[in-house]
Design a protein around this ligand. Structure first.
Ligand code: GAL
Length: 391
């Protein structure tokens, strides 16, 4: 016998079923799912690799490298993509914020390399300032420059200003201008002596006139409004911290180097309870390696190495949950808590690269990462039980 539901009850059941489905879809979509495809408001996977985020008037703007299919996608064919969001999970496509040009005379001609774009807001000039790693077309990774573009609007269009080798002719803090080394020291075949020469800063002298190398990079704005470029200099061997001018469009001349000859890439800087923290990676190109972390009482150092922040299986730790750091974002509504943003690169088909976002957890003063297949900001409520953050 076929049971007959009264029409109204049937409709009610149907509605409830539909609501369950919608709820289930939203529930999945309301979480961070590291490594999974992450659709934007149009259902298209977010295309913002090596990215960073700026918060402005309650809106988060995520900037990253726009990749295309195939190995050509490892070079800049389109530009820097921007998305906006109020909750960090749902992202609206804001289009291409900085477009590469067809003009072969332009430094940002199609086919150059644009990596790790970061944007900060300058309150004095009321403009958004974008810096990125720039490699000139046809020069592979030899130019090691940092590019600058500005816009009145967060989503752009950004106007390309130019590129730099930072701090031409300027020695870092603590260097004695009267004691340039013997250039032969950098050619020494003896590993120990070569190491000593790099640690002592011989490459800084080598690059003094044309400016320092700048490859993987990030930006950081401190509580006092000072802006910084932190980048891999000296053939990716040593990190360089360059203070920016008040308008964030140039270098003040104050700079330092830290963790010499330690090969740190993919730097991401953050501050908690007055202390500075750093996530970084080793240097293995697009392939993930064990993550690194460090802390300092002053941004100028000295920096103390804290080791691999990953707290997973041996395999997960060896590849940082298959990711490479790109940015650390303060968690909304949870002062003193942070989100690790990493890239899972796919060098054969870069457009398929994924994002690995994880909550930063704390072992006393030490930031650590654990795998969460699915999570949301409520994980931070648990951390709030931990000691005061001083924020
Ligand atoms: C990585 C770096 C990436 C990209 C890549 C190219 O080490 O972090 O940003 O430059 O090398 O191989």
């Amino acid at each position: 016998m076929i049971m007959k539901f009264p029409r109204s009850l049937f409709t009610l059941l149907l509605l409830e079923f539909a609501a369950t489905i919608t709820f289930a879809a939203e529930a999945v979509h309301d979480k961070f799912r590291p490594g999974e495809l992450w659709p934007d408001d149009k259902g298209v996977p977010i295309n913002a690799h090596g990215g960073g985020i700026v918060l402005h008037e309650g809106v988060y703007y995520w900037f990253g490298e726009h990749k295309i299919e195939g190995e050509a996608g490892n070079k800049a064919q389109v530009g820097v993509h921007v998305y906006s969001s109020r909750d960090l999970v749902h992202w609206q496509d804001g289009g291409i914020a900085l477009t590469v040009l067809d003009d072969p005379k332009s430094e940002i001609v199609k086919g150059c390399i644009i990596e790790r774009p970061k944007v900060i807001y300058n309150a004095k000039t009321k403009t958004f300032v974008m810096w990125f790693h720039l490699e000139l077309k046809g020069q592979v990774y030899r130019s090691a420059r940092v590019g600058l573009a500005v816009s009145d609007k967060a989503t752009g269009p950004y106007k390309y200003v130019g590129s730099f080798r930072p701090n031409q002719g300027v020695l870092p803090l603590g260097f004695d201008a009267g004691s340039p080394p013997d250039p032969a020291r950098l050619k020494d075949k003896n590993k120990k002596r070569l190491n000593e020469a790099v640690v002592a800063g011989d490459m800084v002298w080598r690059d003094l006139e044309r400016g320092q190398m700048s490859r993987d990079m990030t930006l950081f704005v401190d509580d006092d409004g000072k802006g910084y470029l932190l980048c891999s200099g000296e053939e990716n061997l040593t990190l360089h911290l360059h203070e920016l001018t008040d308008d964030y469009r140039g270098f003040s001349g104050k700079w330092t180097r830290f963790l010499p000859n330690a090969s740190n890439e993919a730097p991401a800087l953050f501050k908690r309870a007055g202390k500075y923290y750093l996530f970084a990676s080793g240097t293995s190109g697009w392939f993930p390696n064990p993550g690194r972390s460090a802390m300092a009482d002053s941004i100028w150092g000295p920096w103390t190495v804290l080791g691999n922040p990953c707290r997973g299986t041996e395999t997960e730790n060896a590849i940082t949950f298959e990711s490479q750091s790109t940015y650390v974002l303060p968690a909304p509504g949870h002062p003193g808590e942070f989100i690790y943003m990493g890239d899972r690169w796919r060098p054969k088909n870069p457009i398929d690269g994924r994002y690995v976002w994880l909550p930063v957890e704390w072992e006393n003063d030490r930031p650590v990462l654990r795998w969460h297949a699915e999570w949301d900001l409520s994980v931070f409520a648990r951390h709030n039980a931990s000691p005061s953050t001083g924020e």
